[in-house]
Design a binder for this molecule. Structure first.
Ligand code: F6R
Length: 242
């Protein structure tokens, strides 16, 4: 696991965008794994700037989202599908129909989860997975006690995650209670993983990820098993590292 500590959000975004750009220059039809939330927004902005400058094109790429809330209306602005349209599709030249996500409105949820796993396999697997990390150490929405071998499935969101994500809604009561999420086992199959984190509120999760024992109580620690992980953090998120 490589850990890169930078001083500013802009530097985090630049390092991550360089990794994406190098991959896409080598493999124009790369399969990207994309996170939502605050952590990757700077990266998506930077990718947008490079696309606008003509130095990068994501037009040949596909993307697979990590997770989706269950039950949010199709036009709800916080539905992750809509968030990724705003944050990534609208800013770059990746094509909307080549961005895939788990169906949080499916009537048969187990079938939708199995279909999503199959779609990732059919695409040849994820070349580069972009991750954030929850304050409780979750990756995607694999909350504490999730199986480290888990696959895409429905999960109950932890109280802490609903509190953390209330900032995107009117209040905590509006945050959905359930989500569909790629499993830890699904994520570990990506060929390369880049995890972004900023701020003191992520410091303990980053300490556990980098220095803690592998544990289902901090599901991000399973990334220690992966051969090619780059963790890009600011000074505050790195502040509890030894
Ligand atoms: C979002 C996701 C989550 C977030 C995490 C951090 O698709 O999978 O694991 O990455 O909750 O969220 P932010 O970046 O908003 O702090």
């Amino acid at each position: 696991m490589e850990v890169i500590i930078k001083d500013s959000a802009a530097e985090l975004a630049t390092v991550a965008a360089d990794i994406v750009q190098r991959l896409v220059h080598r493999k124009a039809d790369a399969v990207l794994g994309v996170a939502t939330g605050s952590s990757p927004v700077g990266l998506y902005d930077e990718l947008g700037r490079r696309v606008a400058a003509g130095t990068l094109s994501l037009a040949g790429c596909q993307a697979f989202m990590l997770d989706e809330y269950v039950g949010l209306a199709a036009d709800h602005p916080q539905r992750y599908r809509n968030v990724i349209e705003t944050e990534l599709v609208a800013r770059t030249d990746i094509r909307s129909e080549r961005v895939h996500g788990p169906d949080g409105l499916a009537s048969d949820i187990p079938a939708a989860c199995a279909a999503y796993e199959q779609a990732i396999r059919d695409a040849g697997g994820v070349d580069l997975q972009v991750l954030g990390i929850g304050t409780d150490g979750h990756i995607a929405f694999n909350e504490p006690t999730s199986s480290l071998g888990s696959r895409t499935r429905i999960k109950t969101l932890a109280r802490q995650t609903r509190i953390d994500n209330a900032r995107f809604f009117d209040d905590e009561a509006q945050v959905p209670t359930h989500c569909l999420t790629q499993g830890v086992g699904t994520i570990l199959e990506a060929r390369r993983i880049v995890l972004l984190a900023e701020g003191e509120q992520k410091a303990e999760a980053i300490r556990q990820l980098v220095e803690g024992p592998v544990s289902a109580m901090w599901t991000a620690t399973a990334l220690q098993w992966h051969p090619y992980v780059t963790v890009i953090v600011d000074q505050a998120a790195a502040s509890r590292l030894a």
